[in-house]
Design a protein around this ligand. Structure first.
Ligand code: 3SL
Length: 243
């Protein structure tokens, strides 16, 4: 399957993933604030691999295997873990060459919900161009899965899905689930000149603001800082551009 036979769909929340046929699709998991942004940064900093896990106990179990372990719940790094979910926590020599097991509130859950897809990769504004260029060279359909917040729709992931639709729509067809792709693209076009300002009233931006991490938000909304394509091979996330 190539060219205009390929389709692109947007799933605005993992709760609706059952509506999409993943068997011939690359799923792009999106958690702009902040899980998939941090994963992109991790690979620019020389992390060897990330194992995304759904639960805190699973992450802890990797400690014995020599992994750095990461855990975030409700925006905060959990006590006893080596790493949280800030992109800046990965800009540290300690991660170079290391294997990391990571669980987050929504991002790693959305990865788990994509099981059954032909291929799973992650996207964020930080790897927008690298991701779109990689996607254009693949075969099969694309499902852009927004992680949202605990199965609710959020603005920032919808905006990024819209950015990808906007870049790629010439090469793809919409299916009969087209409206979510159009909603996401139109939202992105409204927001693109001031993403941060557009998100001013959004739920997660306000949750994170209480944690005083404005600089995380600003960075995560800056396109193309991380030219990587993290993707899952046999349950392990690596930079597919290096394979
Ligand atoms: O939900 C997630 O996976 C996280 O990205 C949430 S937070 O940005 O770390 O609060």
């Amino acid at each position: 399957m190539s060219g205009s036979n390929r389709t692109i769909e947007v799933c605005l929340t993992p709760a609706l993933i059952h509506l999409h046929d993943l068997s011939n699709a690359t799923v792009v998991v999106i958690d702009v604030l902040r899980a998939t942004s941090s994963m992109c940064v991790a690979f620019t900093q020389g992390v060897n691999c990330i194992i995304p896990v759904a639960t805190i106990d699973e992450s802890i179990a990797y400690k014995e295997k020599g992994f750095l372990i990461g855990a975030e719940r409700n925006g905060e790094m959990l006590e006893g873990f080596d790493i949280g979910n800030s992109p800046f926590s990965y800009m540290d020599e300690k991660v170079k060459g290391r294997d990391i097991a990571l669980t987050t509130t929504n991002g790693t859950q959305a990865i788990a919900a994509s099981k059954g897809a032909k291929q799973i990769v992650v996207g964020s504004f930080l790897n927008l161009d690298a991701l779109c260029s990689w996607l254009s060279k693949q075969e099969g359909n694309i499902v852009l899965l927004c992680s949202g917040w605990k199965n609710s729709v959020n603005m920032e992931d919808s905006l990024f899905a819209g950015a990808v639709v906007h870049q790629m729509r010439g090469d793809f067809e919409f299916t009969n689930l087209r409206d979510t792709a159009i909603i996401a693209e139109r939202l992105y076009l409204l927001a693109k000149d001031d993403l941060n300002g557009f998100l001013e009233e959004s739920s997660h931006r306000n949750r994170l603001k209480k944690l005083n991490i404005d600089k995380d938000i600003e960075y995560c909304l800056t396109p193309n800082q991380a030219p990587v394509v993290p993707g899952i091979i046999n349950g392990v996330m690596v930079d597919l551009l290096k394979q």
